[in-house]
Write a protein that binds this ligand. Structure first.
Ligand code: G6Q
Length: 543
């Protein structure tokens, strides 16, 4: 048994759970008709209505007691002060430094890292600004109009999600694409209609060793170099240039975002064209680092800065607000209530904003890679639930698909509904209809509907949060992401797990390398289990 479930605060929550587990939201609202006016919190642009949760004030009080018992305030401070809270990798966790717009120094090994961060940001601003304005040319002198980010996981999901979210703020003369999958289809489909002479590849990889990214980057290099070789053979002009490193097309068509300067050089990218970040920035928390370059190019440096302001505002709130008035803490403890006491398994993220269509996938990585752990920081196996399964789709599409299960299935899925007061595209009454659907769904989920026919009965008592924001802008997007990042932090802190490592992805990588060499060698001897051996054998005999 590990410590958490032995805490008296945990036991109190257990007792309380037994008392209120069957309370219906109908009765909670009947007993306190003003509940909707009370159980809400406005922080910066984020308004959270948490009244449709299966909680009372006492539940919250007990959850905050638990947060105090695990020294949450000290843990928050430790992150902001650069302590090595990523235990298994012995690193500080300082994505908050990337958007620290105050004069507050942040020290790592006695050095103020803010200077380096500002230096890279200003290099990014300069370069991204030029590409954004169409002032950068490729090897043949043609203007760069296509920007292709090659990266995966944390080096992809953040930039894609934010680019999609902020498309309305982007320079529409640029074509921005993201290649992540090692499946060649992703490369081929993303480049088939692009002119190599107008294309800039951004190779985004913290380690610069990731198999998918390096394979795609090598393919991109061939795509560029082959194009110029064919051109040169045809025109007989640059003949000597191609092999000459100084005027290598790679230098004009590739930049790198990485922590690994040696590997970047080895690939053939001039360190001048590398935008650095650091080990204290985890992949899935790296959007505000150099990894955001493709986004910055698309939306321009000023919009990028506005996004950082949004992040910074919520960071400051998280760092300084009391637990009871702290939005990420509040959302985290409510989710812990469901995850650990009701033992609900999943959590849905339902943005009523088409531009946020990749937001659930982004949070899926952020939460599941961070909190999908089962040992504590001290290496003890936990005897309680940790991170839930995160999933979702934008509304209203989901309503015509999986909401059936949310309303009438046997599983209860707590859900976050995210909506905006003002739409980006004002077209007749679309937005009113969109928001009417959002409000209707949360009402129906909470209160259900009686009917004499069982199949028309909605039991209700399905909990939801509703997050309302004024409008989707770079700033509000920053606030929203920071809210979830810190919610994840709080949960990891309470569960006493390392939210900042990701050893779970390692084993598959190692095995894939071994199998790759077996696939390439016709005579390889297979020493896997009988299922894997047969599958590999079948593939080899049929391909
Ligand atoms: C994120 C993870 C993981 C990582 C990718 C790409 O937190 O660490 O998703 O971002 O594996 O890694 P590289 O950036 O090193 O290529």
């Amino acid at each position: 048994m590990s410590k958490l479930t032995h805490l008296p605060e945990w036991q109190d929550l257990n007792l309380h759970f037994n008392e209120i587990r069957d309370r219906h939201l109908r009765s909670l609202f009947k007993d306190d008709p003003q509940r909707g006016d009370k159980f809400n919190l406005q922080v910066e642009d984020l308004y959270l209505d948490y009244s449709k949760n299966r909680i009372t004030q006492q539940t919250l009080d007990l959850l905050f007691e638990l947060a105090k018992a695990v020294s949450l305030p000290a843990k928050i401070q430790a992150m902001f002060e650069g302590e090595k809270i990523n235990i298994s990798e012995n690193r500080p966790v300082l994505h908050v430094a990337l958007r620290n717009l105050s004069d507050r120094p942040i020290l790592v090994d006695g050095k103020n890292i803010m200077n380096e961060i500002k230096k890279v940001r200003s290099k990014m601003r300069q370069f991204a600004g030029k590409v954004h304005r169409g002032q950068v040319t490729g090897y043949s002198g043609k203007t760069i109009r296509n920007v292709v980010n090659i990266g995966i996981g944390g080096s992809d999901l953040g930039p894609v999600m934010a680019y999609e979210a902020l498309k309305a703020y982007s320079n529409r003369d640029l074509t921005v694409r993201f290649i992540s999958n090692i499946d060649s289809t992703h490369f081929v489909e993303s480049t088939r209609d692009l002119n190599p002479e107008e294309t800039l590849f951004i190779v985004a990889s913290k380690t610069f060793t990731t198999q998918e990214t390096m394979t795609n980057a090598q393919t991109a290099k061939k795509w560029i170099v082959n194009h110029y070789q064919i051109q040169d053979t045809r025109s007989k002009i640059h003949e000597s240039k191609i092999m000459n490193h100084e005027s290598d097309p790679v230098a004009k068509h590739f930049v790198a975002l990485s922590t690994n300067i040696e590997k970047v050089k080895e690939f053939g990218i001039d360190p001048e064209n590398m935008f650095e970040f650091w080990d204290f920035v985890g992949g899935r928390y790296s959007l505000c680092s150099a990894i955001g370059l493709s986004l910055m190019i698309a939306i321009g440096p000023d919009h990028f800065d506005q996004m950082l302001e949004g992040f910074c505002a919520i960071d400051e709130h998280f760092r300084t607000a009391s637990l009871e008035k702290n939005l990420p803490v509040l959302m985290a403890v409510i989710e812990i209530w469901y995850n650990n006491f009701f033992e609900f398994q999943t959590q849905a993220i339902l943005p009523y904003e088409q531009y946020l269509h990749r937001f659930p996938a982004y949070l899926q990585q952020a939460e599941m890679e961070s909190n999908g752990k089962s040992v504590t920081g001290a290496g003890v196996r936990v005897d309680y639930q940790t991170g839930p399964i995160i999933w979702g789709e934008p509304g209203t599409n989901g309503q015509h698909a999986f909401y059936q299960l949310l309303h009438q299935g046997t599983k209860i899925v707590p859900a976050d509904f995210i909506g905006f007061i003002e739409p980006i595209n004002k077209v007749s009454d679309h937005h009113l209809k969109l928001m009417a659907n959002l409000f209707a769904q949360t009402e129906a989920l909470a209160f259900g509907k009686d009917d004499e026919k069982p199949y028309k009965t909605f039991l209700g008592n399905r909990p939801t949060n509703t997050i309302l924001l004024p409008k989707l802008t770079p700033k509000t997007l920053g606030e929203l992401i920071a809210l979830y990042e810190h919610k994840i932090f709080v949960q990891g802190a309470i569960w006493d797990i390392d939210s900042f490592d990701q050893w779970g992805v390692e084993l598959g990588k190692v095995l894939a390398l071994k199998i790759l060499s077996e696939l390439k060698d016709a005579k390889s001897k297979l020493d896997h289990d009988s299922s894997t051996n047969t599958l590999i054998g079948k593939f080899k005999s049929l391909k």
